[in-house]
Design a protein around this ligand. Structure first.
Ligand code: PHE
Ligand code: CO
Length: 295
């Protein structure tokens, strides 16, 4: 991924060898807490009926309704009791091997800083709002908690095999931008969606993107974009399905993928389970940066 603000080659001054830093909760300013509150209140107007039950229950269970940036120490005592996960503070994005090692040990690295007031709608590097509000509620679900740990273990393996690109797509289309089928209709579980006001609505309701049934190998072949709303979302039947499908050995899949072409982002295959065949109108009009878009 390109152009992030704080990517370090080695742990920056003050960070431990595993790149963690103290959260320093007492040092957040009133204005920084207010940024959290503004973002939080905006999302809570939208998410009931949009986010999956597991996410909404996670907010309750971790008591993330309080006014301001959560104190990780307090949040962690609840999270740890539920699923054995711990949130640790980091200065920004960390190297892949460090990230995978944290996940494999049920530690979720969260950016310590919060975005500036002029970045409420868009920030390229994940901050504490995206990382905590977006990711941590799902970590209170036991099945998702196991999936994330397995992903960390699989990441270390993929790194050794030179297969990170394919595995990263799985993360993107599940952990960040996943949708789930429920008895009440499609719901969001992806952190990149639930922490975004505009994409929460777009992902579920806009006629533009394709919405396709989750297929592990297909997802691992599919290109993605980091600069705008997704053009395709993949829909899981349940978290159990996601965990079960990823518990197979990816070795043979990686072998097949070495000889396979990447799938362009707009592709709909005859074998796809199609929830929505998107018009792609939003992307074709130039997306977020088009004059015609009101985002
Ligand atoms: N089963 C994968 C492997 O064999 C590991 C993995 C699990 C990857 C869950 C991602 C998510 O490499
Ligand atoms: Co994220």
């Amino acid at each position: 991924m390109a152009d992030f603000e704080h990517v370090f080659d080695a742990p920056p001054p003050g960070a431990a060898a595993d790149w963690t830093i103290p959260q320093g909760w007492d040092a957040y300013t009133a204005a920084e807490h207010q940024t959290w509150v503004t973002l939080y209140e905006r999302q809570m107007k939208i998410l009931p009926g949009f986010a999956c039950d597991q996410f909404m229950r996670g907010l309750d269970a971790l008591d993330l309704h309080g006014g301001g940036i959560p104190d990780f120490a307090k949040m962690n005592s609840a999270l740890n009791r539920l699923t054995g996960w711990t949130v640790v503070a980091v200065p920004g994005l960390v190297p892949d091997d460090v990230f995978f090692d944290h996940l494999a040990n049920r530690r979720f690295p969260a950016g310590q800083f919060i975005r500036k007031p002029d970045q409420l709608d868009y920030i390229q590097e994940p901050d504490v709002f995206h990382d905590v509000f977006g990711h941590v509620p799902m970590l209170s679900d036991p099945v998702f908690a196991d999936y994330m740990q397995a992903y960390g273990q699989g990441g270390a393996r993929a790194l050794g095999l030179g297969q990170l690109q394919n595995l990263a797509r799985l993360y993107w289309y599940t952990v960040e931008f996943g949708l789930m089928q429920t008895a009440e209709g499609l719901r969001i579980y992806g952190a990149g969606i639930v922490s975004s006001k505009t994409e929460s609505d777009f992902s579920l309701n806009d006629p533009s993107p394709n919405r396709l049934g989750f297929d592990l190998e297909r997802v691992m072949k599919t290109l993605y974009r980091i600069d705008d709303f997704q053009q395709v979302y993949f829909v899981i039947d349940s978290l159990d399905q996601l965990l079960a499908e990823t518990q197979q050995d990816f070795g043979p899949i990686y072998e097949r993928l070495k000889g396979a072409d990447d799938l362009p982002i707009e592709t709909v295959l005859p074998t796809d389970r199609v929830f929505t065949r998107g018009t792609q109108a939003y992307a074709h009009a130039g997306g977020r940066f088009a004059k015609s878009s009101a985002a």
